[in-house]
Design a protein around this ligand. Structure first.
Ligand SMILES: [Zn+2]
Ligand SMILES: [Zn+2]
Length: 388
């Protein structure tokens, strides 16, 4: 199957209604019917934009690990579903009244933007408590069952229909799409995780241990390094450890090596930390139970452990309460992020893209019609889907 590469054109934004938008050629969403079944291309010729809604033409979408987990059936998802929640695009139509970015400027036609994975209501108790990512009526791009009127609900599509209230952040024109696409999941979540850590231990001068050198771990290494931390990254894959060095890691470790051996964790911590070789900040981005346990073991007195990857079902993370008390430990869970984290993510990428090889982490780019192949691709921190 091929999708014709023709630049879409908004032909009918009827000023009187301000709602009905037709896109020719038709917008296309890649719909995932469920585990073990390939995606199906679904044409969405008309979109109805409610006041405050925005229609964005997707420039590039990256495949997040959670998309892969969903397709493999490791997590349940309502189907049929348009996956994809890391993407960058350009505004092609606005609902009545227009929309605003998180910094308060009016969204313009043609503007290049990223948007939050989550649409909070802004009114419920959780939203008011500053936890919009846990809004009681939360909707998430790339996570909701396809429904009439909101067919373009994910990034694996030519267009995404942004609902009123979606946090939108304008992005620089000169940054590659491959750098920007991960902002709305990977980068923003890392910002939230580091903010949680920094609330307990100042990052400047801290010894930070990161497990997992996928997209998030690499991003965290660069971000913590920029904040003045000495960073050690632990990952079993040699290529990923090498990548971590390019993202600022002062030392890297192989979790399978004996700690005191040359490639072991103790050696890496001593190399980076010198005499103060116990990390005060420990961040897991591997989603591995054993990594989380090892972090809990090595984090220093008064330190903080941040878990931000969903850990698979498995044995509990055991810690004697007495240990938590005597070691003055803080354990933080971070899931999702608030709009300010997405703003910071974009700022960080704009500043750091010249220093760290973010664009190079997107190892392959697939046409939209080959989204199944993109989801099956391995060996890169990210692969991408380019609609046109
Ligand atoms: Zn994600
Ligand atoms: Zn809410």
């Amino acid at each position: 199957m091929t999708i014709k590469a023709v630049t879409p054109r908004v032909v009918e934004p009827p000023a009187s209604l301000g709602m009905g938008v037709s896109v020719y050629p038709s917008a296309t969403a890649m719909v995932w019917p469920g585990p073990g079944r390939p995606h199906e291309a679904v044409a969405v010729p008309g979109v109805r934009l409610a006041p405050g809604d925005v229609l964005v033409e997707v420039e590039l979408a990256t495949v997040c690990g959670s998309d892969v987990h969903t397709v493999l059936g490791h997590r349940t998802a309502p189907t049929p579903l348009v996956l994809g929640h890391e993407q960058v695009g350009r505004v092609v139509a606005l609902g009545r009244g227009g929309a605003k970015t998180t910094d308060g400027h009016r969204v313009a036609l043609g503007e290049r933007v990223v948007w939050s994975v989550a649409v909070p209501c802004g009114r419920c108790g959780r939203c008011r408590r500053g936890l919009p990512q846990k809004c009681l009526s939360l909707q998430k791009y790339g996570h909701e069952r396809m429904r009439r009127g909101w067919e373009l609900s994910g990034g694996f599509a030519t267009h995404t229909h942004l609902l009123d209230g979606t946090p939108i952040v304008a992005v620089p024109e000169d940054l590659p799409a491959a750098v920007l696409a991960p902002a709305s999941c990977s980068t923003a979540t890392v910002v939230a995780a580091l903010e949680a850590a920094a609330a307990i231990v100042a990052l400047d001068g801290a010894l930070v241990l990161i497990t997992g050198a996928g997209m998030r771990g690499l991003t965290a290494a660069a971000m913590a390094t920029e904040a003045g931390a000495k960073v050690v990254v632990s990952d079993p894959v040699p290529e990923r450890r090498e990548a971590a060095r390019l993202f600022g890691a002062a030392a890297v470790a192989d979790p399978r090596a004996t700690p005191d051996s040359r490639a072991g964790l103790a050696s890496a911590l001593a190399k980076a930390g010198g005499r103060a070789s116990a990390p005060t900040v420990a961040l897991d981005f591997s989603g591995s139970q054993s990594a989380a346990r090892s972090l809990l073991t090595v984090v220093d007195v008064g330190g903080v452990l941040v878990l931000s990857d969903s850990l698979p079902e498995g044995p509990d993370l055991t810690l004697a309460p007495e240990q938590l008390v005597r070691r003055l430990l803080t354990i933080r869970g971070v899931h999702g992020y608030a709009p300010r984290h997405l703003e910071q993510a974009v700022r960080f990428l704009a500043e750091a893209a010249g220093t760290y090889p973010f664009a190079e982490q997107v190892g392959a780019v697939f046409p939209l019609a080959e989204v199944d192949a993109a989801l099956a691709a391995t060996g890169f921190p990210r692969v991408a889907v380019r609609p046109r």
